[in-house]
Design a protein around this ligand. Sequence first.
Ligand code: ATP
Ligand code: MG
Length: 162
Amino acid sequence: MDDTSVAAGSLPDEAATLALGAAFARAAAAGLTVYLRGDLGAGKTTFTRGLLTALGHQGKVKSPTYTLVESYPFAEYSVHHFDLYRFADPEEWEDAGFNEYFGPRSLCLVEWPQQAAGLLPAADIELELAVDGNGRSYRFHANTATGQSCLIRLSTPSAASC
Ligand SMILES: Nc1ncnc2c1ncn2[C@@H]1O[C@H](COP(=O)(O)OP(=O)(O)OP(=O)(O)O)[C@@H](O)[C@H]1O
Ligand SMILES: [Mg+2]
């Protein structure tokens, strides 16, 4: 795809990662599936916390390392935050009904998507976070037209979210 499919930059501190999550919340739309890639401690949960706070969530954002998913209902759609680091049993995917979390009325964010390769629905957007000195770097890549529209809104902050 062309260069509207990519957005990248640096995040000097935790506040910058939170701000990126908040900006993404304003650009995002229901129905998106976002893979969050990056090593342990890269900032995936921090990004998610920034996004949820901007949508109006008050209180903690727990890392769903053991529960595998935490859900946050909002008026227009629900955010489902997966952390599949400990996911190992493909049967559990079906038993837990995880496919039903993905759909037009949800925004799904998935940490460690490679743990459920072949089971997970495809990503509209992949965000790669990496440690860079004392801070982090980020790179979004859109895989679908829906994802690409979101990245265009992300790079034009005055545009209204849909
Ligand atoms: N841009 C940044 N610069 C410096 N520190 C950051 C930045 N963004 C987040 N952090 C810090 O990195 C630490 C780990 O962040 P976080 O828990 O979000 O990582 P994660 O990618 O979700 O890791 P895991 O794979 O273990 O779930 C936190 O202490 C957070 O404050
Ligand atoms: Mg995490």
